[in-house]
Design a protein around this ligand. Sequence first.
Ligand code: ATP
Length: 319
Amino acid sequence: VKSIAVLTSGGDSQGMNAAVRAVVRSALFHGLEVYAVQRGYHGLINDDIRQMDLRSVGDIIQRGGTILQTARCKEFMTPEGQQIAADNLRKRGIDGLVVIGGDGSYQGANKLSKLGIKTMGLPGTIDNDIPFTDFTIGFDTAVSIVVDAINKLRDTMTSHERSSVVEVMGRHCGEIALYAGLASGAETIIVPEVEVDISEVANRMKDNFSHGKRHSIILVAEGAGTGDGIAKQINEVVGIEPRVTVLGHIQRGGTPTHNDRILASRLGDFAVRRLIEGDSSKACGVIKGELVATDIDLVVNTKREFNKELYELASRLSQ
Ligand code: ATP
């Protein structure tokens, strides 16, 4: 490839900017022309594409969100939309594309590769729901935001001897709840991947309070239920009324952690190098510290395995 483009798509995540910066700077370093597409696939269809230079990505590594903005684009789901997008790239001589997003965005990249555009996907989502990478870009930051929030809640919970239910994001995936729960010492972690008996949770909470525990934090992943729903069930079983905190989009904002910036930088550079080698239709990731590229087809058709070991550890340590 001689000329590539980069876009961000789907939900935004912290570290997307660091990934864009890495793609642009690495491409320029290797002598490629590099373009940015505004608003994901929407911008591809509407030809909202501009050439980037070294300075276009200055002062963004530390910023949350994405300077390229992101969108969900219905028109791109159609073969006609995909053809317009591919034609818009080709007419500028762009033959490679880096897509930063979640699995929907990956499927879009796969479609473009079938129209002759060489594509690479980078996992940009806080949810950590993509297989063939240990972590997605934004996950580390989202988890640290949740942990920080729970630290604050703990102070006031302990003072009032109260219980708290904290609802976190993650869509159908429990990874944010799992990592944040383990890191913050939550008493119970409720995730879609593991069935829990709320009566048992409620009774244990009551028991713990009667044995001198001064606070209780239950983390619930949005894919497993709502904070309000879980609090109501606990109240029905043992008559304790936990306070509910829904963290919401706070989890997707703010400056990325150094882990997310480094992950994004490594992956952005890797995607560019793979494109230069002529590779296409791959999703990039890091497994046990090593950079890997896996067929997008396989990635979008594989369910990420839940980290049972970590879940059991969290349970053992939260007695
Ligand atoms: P996140 O999970 O973080 O929200 P995502 O990439 O999964 O990110 P989606 O809304 O699923 O978010 O996908 C983003 C865009 O990718 C869609 O709006 C659409 O334009 C495109 N897309 C999704 N699925 C397909 C598909 N099967 N074929 C072509 N394009 C698709």
